[in-house]
Design a protein around this ligand. Structure first.
Ligand SMILES: NC(=O)c1ccc[n+]([C@@H]2O[C@H](COP(=O)([O-])OP(=O)(O)OC[C@H]3O[C@@H](n4cnc5c(N)ncnc54)[C@H](OP(=O)(O)O)[C@@H]3O)[C@@H](O)[C@H]2O)c1
Length: 302
């Protein structure tokens, strides 16, 4: 190990290890270092640790050394397969540690990884980061964690340094379930944005010109979501505000106009299908939020 010469037997700083020094991993390590942690780092391409070592981090030569250096081991690499491949040779050093995996993946791979880490005698917390490297360590970032609650409680102060942390449950896959749901919502919003820009573009309106208005409109429209959520959770879709029939007609107009302007309807046409399915089942007067029932039906085995 090289780096931080101040490390002695009298060093009482809290210890942490960060494995993976990509854009996010470097920001995590920098934040912990600045907060006064004895921070050990490892990365496949060692040069990415140089600036951190110059700032006081300890460079581990192997993953094994990195794991052995701290009770709290944060991993942030490309994907879950890479995490498993990296930790495999360090399995002997894992017992008694808490592994916090901030690498994105699926709920299933998080559970498999969690089970393997647990077999090695360590605790496994899965984390989903909502922020970018520049906002790590600021109130703009939040992180969802799932896994054994004792592991979260033990290290909550350290984890809070990275961003506002929320524990969502003991199932190792749960943080990933939230993650894919939140990111799915984001991509749906992007789909709407792309369609809107293509439509405006077909009439000679610049993307930037439209976007200023679109952001104002979508920010307001997001205010409807908690009401939709209440309807979905209660199963009571009665509305006097905006029903499926009127929204299907509105979306139908958008699709016709898009075709007329030569704009693809690939992104929005499937939404119209959901509205139509509910109307065909007799729910024209129900709230727009009832479209969720068509998605639920599609996810049930036949
Ligand atoms: N960046 C963000 O804003 C953000 C936000 C939320 C979540 N995330 C998640 O955080 C994770 C890392 O993202 P990032 O933006 O930091 O990515 P990145 O900058 O591309 O870094 C990827 C990291 O993975 C390492 N890596 C890739 N393949 C490897 C292998 N075969 N063996 C060992 N190490 C390997 C890279 O090592 P080398 O340096 O040697 O290539 C690097 O440390 C991803 O799962 C991402 O979805 C990122």
């Amino acid at each position: 190990m090289t780096g931080n010469e101040a490390t002695t037997a009298h060093d009482t700083r809290p210890t942490v290890t960060v494995i993976g020094l990509g854009n996010l991993g470097r920001a995590l390590a920098r934040t912990l270092l600045r907060a006064g942690h004895r921070t050990t780092v490892w990365n496949r391409s060692p040069g990415r640790a140089d600036a951190l070592v110059a700032a006081g981090a300890v460079r581990a030569d192997t993953v094994d050394q990195a794991v052995a250096a701290a009770d709290l081991v944060i991993v942030c690499v490309l994907d879950h397969d890479t995490v498993r491949r990296l930790l495999g040779p360090a399995a002997g050093a894992l017992a008694g540690r808490v592994v916090v995996n901030l690498t994105s993946g699926t709920p299933q791979s998080a559970r498999e990884l969690g089970a393997w880490v647990t077999e090695q005698g360590a605790a496994y917390l899965s984390g989903a980061v909502y922020g970018v490297p520049e906002t790590i360590g600021t109130p703009e970032t939040f992180v969802l964690y799932s896994g054994p609650s004792h592991a979260f409680d033990t290290h909550s102060e350290q984890l809070e340094l990275l961003g506002a942390s929320t524990f969502v449950g003991t199932d190792a896959g749960l943080a990933s379930v939230y993650d894919i749901a939140l990111l799915g919502g984001m991509y749906g919003m992007f789909a709407g944005f792309f369609h809107a820009v293509a439509l405006a573009d077909s009439a000679g309106i610049k993307a930037e010109e439209l976007t200023e208005l679109l952001v104002r409109w979508l920010t307001g429209a997001a205010g409807a979501l908690p009401g939709f959520a209440r309807e979905i959770d209660s199963g009571d879709y009665a509305t006097e505000t905006s029903n499926l029939a009127i929204n299907a007609a509105g979306l139908g107009n958008i699709l016709s106009a898009s075709r007329a302007q030569g704009v693809s309807t690939d992104l929005l046409a499937p939404l119209h299908v959901l509205f139509r399915q509910q109307i065909d089942q007799g729910h024209a007067a129900s709230s727009l939020s009832r479209a969720i029932e068509s998605l639920r039906a599609a996810s049930r085995p036949a």
